[in-house]
Design a protein around this ligand. Structure first.
Ligand SMILES: Cc1ncc(C[n+]2csc(CCOP(=O)(O)OP(=O)(O)O)c2C)c(N)n1
Ligand code: SF4
Length: 245
């Protein structure tokens, strides 16, 4: 019944969208764009960017834990050559840009793990994944299970900022459970390595990464430090609650 309705609608109406210019060819489909495409007046006005705002590429916040992860990763991977870091979508995707140039792919949620597995199975070793804690629990876990089942030599770096930061800092369903999840999926506990990604620990991080790149099986590295923006909001809230009590 439902199928007949859809068919009928499509037969009567021309299909419009990104290809005919009704919607932009790329980028996010926000509510205003979709409303305009449907001919709905929302009253939203395009806001002009003031002249004093300089055009610049996006970047990670100063002090972000992902920065420490990329600094270590670039050093640890240097002897192996480029083109082996499969990543995903989140704040850490900004590691694709200068000055890091640290990741080579970003396709869809979770693809970092399956792409690394495919590359390793095809002979690209080491093959590395960089994925966020939230994206990992959304759709990276299944790929890791696959890597465990076939003992694929990949290193999955779960850059754990205990937050879903790119979309506004929602709680991540991974909080407090990442090691247990990886163990449950069958990763050898000796190859689940938790790190504190701060400058002072740079050499230790490089060393651990090098060790896991040499391991002939799936390994997981979890650099864990709370997102700075989330920590600031949390501290503000805690101070407010303290004042109220
Ligand atoms: C299928 C799908 N659902 C939702 C999103 C929106 N989204 C963008 S990044 C992201 C997760 C970011 O969290 P995390 O992986 O922990 O990285 P962080 O931004 O915290 O570094 C989500 C849910 C998306 N891109 N694709
Ligand atoms: S919002 Fe958080 S995770 Fe994102 S770049 Fe800033 S500190 Fe890093």
């Amino acid at each position: 019944m439902v199928e007949e309705n859809i068919k009928g609608f499509l037969e009567k109406e021309p299909v419009t969208g990104r290809l005919d210019g009704t919607l932009p060819r790329d980028g996010e489909l926000n509510a205003d764009l979709v409303a305009a495409a449907l001919g709905i007046e929302t009253g939203a006005k395009e806001s002009k960017i003031p002249d004093f705002v300089a055009n610049r590429p996006p970047s990670m916040c100063p002090g972000c834990s992902h920065i420490d992860v990329y600094n270590a990763l670039n050093e640890a991977l240097a002897p192996y050559g480029e083109g082996r870091v499969f990543s995903d979508i989140g704040c850490y995707t900004l590691g694709a840009l200068e000055p890091f140039n640290a990741i080579n792919t970003c396709v869809d949620m979770g693809a970092s793990v399956t792409m690394a597995k495919g590359a390793a199975d095809a002979g690209l070793i080491p093959a590395v994944t960089v994925i966020g804690d939230s994206t990992f629990t959304h759709s990276g876990m299944t790929g890791l299970l696959d890597a465990v089942n076939e003992n694929s030599p990949i290193t999955v770096i779960i850059s754990d900022n205990e937050s879903t930061s790119m979309t506004g800092g929602q709680d991540s369903s991974a909080v407090g459970r990442l090691e247990a999840i990886c163990k449950g999926l069958g990763v050898d506990p000796d190859h689940i390595r938790v790190l504190n990604p701060i400058k002072k620990n740079h050499d230790e991080m490089v060393q651990v990464m090098k060790e896991e790149f040499e391991y002939d099986g799936p390994s997981v590295i979890i650099p864990r430090r709370e997102c700075i923006q989330k920590a600031l909001r949390r501290k503000k809230m805690e101070a407010k609650l303290k004042k109220q009590n």
